[in-house]
Write a protein that binds this ligand. Sequence first.
Ligand SMILES: *[C@@H]1O[C@H](CO)[C@@H](O)[C@H](O)[C@H]1NC(C)=O
Ligand SMILES: *[C@@H]1O[C@H](CO)[C@@H](O)[C@H](O)[C@H]1NC(C)=O
Ligand SMILES: *[C@@H]1O[C@H](CO)[C@@H](O)[C@H](O)[C@H]1NC(C)=O
Ligand SMILES: *[C@@H]1O[C@H](CO)[C@@H](O)[C@H](O)[C@H]1NC(C)=O
Length: 474
Amino acid sequence: MLQIRNLLILVCIGQTLGAEIFMATMGGTKSHKIPFWELAKGLIRRGHNITFLSGFPADFHVEGLHEVTPAMLVDYIQNYTNWDLLGSRMKGEMPIKPWDGIRYAFESCDAMLGDAETKELANRNFDLAILDGAFPECIQGIIYQYKIPFMYINTVGFYTGSLSLAGNPASYSITPNFYSRFTDNMSLYERAVNTAMQIGQNIVHTYVVRRTHRVLRDHLGPDIPHPYDISRNVSFILQNGHAVVSYPRALNPNVAEVACIHCKPARPLPKDLEDFIAAAGTSGFIYVSMGSSVKAANMPESLRRMLVKTFARLPYHVLWKYEGSAADMQDLTPNVKLSRWLPQQDILGHPSLRVFVTHGGLLSMFETVFHGVPVVTMPVFCDHDVNSAKAEVDGYAIKLDLETLSTNQLYKAIMKVIHDPRYRNAARYRQNLLLDQKSTALQTAIYWTEYVLRHNGAYHLQSPARNMRQASKD
Ligand SMILES: *[C@@H]1O[C@H](CO)[C@@H](O)[C@H](O)[C@H]1NC(C)=O
Ligand SMILES: *[C@@H]1O[C@H](CO)[C@@H](O)[C@H](O)[C@H]1NC(C)=O
Ligand SMILES: *[C@@H]1O[C@H](CO)[C@@H](O)[C@H](O)[C@H]1NC(C)=O
Ligand SMILES: *[C@@H]1O[C@H](CO)[C@@H](O)[C@H](O)[C@H]1NC(C)=O
């Protein structure tokens, strides 16, 4: 009797445990992988197997996680992103030239689909696919052939394209464009610019997706539907945002906000870092990082010198994440320590940290709120401006402009954020709000992923608004 009951329980659990899940991101920067990794690790602990495709080779091994990194895609992205974004931003140029921004999606698609490792995937079977909401169109061609339900993690939280195609409202008057520097409180003029940006991007996107569709049909056969038609069938969207750190907004029932899915309490720092911080005594230290996408090692010499001069003036120790060679830094003062890699969240959670100097990447902004640290931001490209604008209205940031930046300005901004308690208090206030949720972002994401698995899709949650926009057929 007991055995039969155990067997029944096993069978019932067996229906949700042990799914084969396909994850994929075509994002051109490595940070797109982070929310996927976190969700993958959580799902693996619950007995699922994950296959994860991206253009960035794995740098650690996770049991149960099989990473696929097609060499042609890896090469394409490496070549594409060998950029000096800081230099162009300082010169007031567009960090990414319009044609480069346009060609990325279909060229990377062509590189990926032409690779032997991608072709092998066709022989696999999966129960569910989880795609990046940024550039999902190419992978949609692959998963269409599996005839399985799919979800998104909308990694670029302020990007509204994939949300709109699923029927979510994205009013131009209150939803700042991800490439803008606006907040949700725009003047009439700003709303007009915001609307023009949005319409312009939609037109360009339509062209990009038509080219991507052509690539898909060349590689996978003529019956692959238009990506916009596949897109509207998304079962569920894990949105990389939260009313507290992005903006309160209307989302359909098949969207859950999972900002900070990767955030963790700080662990003790390695001994060399702890010693360096302790040597500064009670005055504390400053943490500087421009993230991984910006390639700070390629920065112009004028900016490098400006940073070195500013840090020399500061009565604080400075931890600086810098990937370049230390030999380029002969003029560094002893209060500054360089490192190629630093455990960012353990640093942000350190009680002696006074301020975080950042590019304003979305994940960094979430982490800083999670750990209650005020910031000085120097936005570079993509969503950095819009992320920084939000942090500024929330009162825990000073936003600087690389185009006009001076040593004096940077020095003053850092000192102000440290010495005016309003910045620290505002960061703590946001932190409290962000932590007050009925489940963690990871628990939320796992719940909805298994929900989609249990019901083999979540078509009953889809909004009819998704059918209002017709894909332009070619
Ligand atoms: C997970 O993958 C391994 C190795 O490919 C396989 O042996 C195992 O059966 C898979 N488990 C599930 C739950 O699909
Ligand atoms: C690398 O990029 C350059 C400039 O964008 C391009 O001309 C070249 O063909 C690319 N090389 C490869 C191997 O993709
Ligand atoms: C949505 O996807 C499911 C699973 O692949 C499929 O059965 C269904 O026909 C699709 N619906 C539409 C409208 O494409
Ligand atoms: C919106 O911006 C205007 C102009 O800057 C300001 O007067 C107003 O107080 C702001 N409203 C809110 C709700 O923040």
